[in-house]
Design a protein around this ligand. Sequence first.
Ligand code: R5P
Length: 300
Amino acid sequence: MTLLVLPAPGAEAAAAGLAGHLQAPLGAVESRRFPDGESYLRLASEVRDADVVVVASLRDPDPQALGLWYLADTARELGARSVGLVAPYLPYMRQDRRFHPGEAITSRTFAEFISQRFDWLVTVDPHLHRIASLAEIYRVPVRAIASAPAIARWVGTQVNRPVIVGPDSESEQWARDVADRIGCPAIVLEKKRLGDRSVEISVPAAEAYADRTPVLIDDIISSARTMAVAVRQVRSAFGSAPVCVGVHAVFAPDALQVLQQAGAARIVTCNTLPHETNAIDVLEDVAAGVRALQEGARGA
Ligand code: R5P
């Protein structure tokens, strides 16, 4: 097996980190835009007979998606034996059904788009809600790496007497997993979404945990409205400012400020998307997922 890690534009740091954990060479990709907006792409490393691992950082997926196709097709055309995709943040997982007549179910279309060009996919905590497993929508082998072990290691060493708080029922899966690994309690709040940037959250009885540090954990911080409303509610219920942990630092332009102004004690995220709040490294676990997939493919 000759692994070669190639960074899609914007994923250079993650690709270098992953190559280090995989002890695999890091290839070079040149890309730029022509004046008319079209893409130029050149693989500056030899890919013949390599099992290529493309690493992509998909915070803003639409401008990147076509480039991923160019990268995968070029690697294949130049003789790569296989081409897999590591997208630590998997976008388009929330529009997983038609909420209103005529809406596109973009989760499915995006999955089809990736499945057509890549041999496998490794990601971290995809937002699975109405879709129970990525295998329902992706036609290629997929590994979903859990961030809970890395988050639990961070919270367990950085926070004194934590109580894990999930801002809504969807976050329960991460909140309870992290709490169980640390051996601390967890509670889950109740959320009602009123619009893209508006949510209402209520807190169940918190008195039992008054002597603990609340740690809010959610998979995605996007507009940060969910986290910001939860911060305010937790502050008034617990009487102390929570630590906020996000798996995927999507962060819309004003989101960090919104969260800081809500009164978070500290804001940290995993390095699935590059952001100034990155403090929790999940790439070692991602590398283990890549190795397991490759070994499965060799054994098949
Ligand atoms: C929702 O289902 C997710 O788990 C997150 O709570 C949500 O995506 C966060 O979005 P925002 O930061 O825009 O409130």
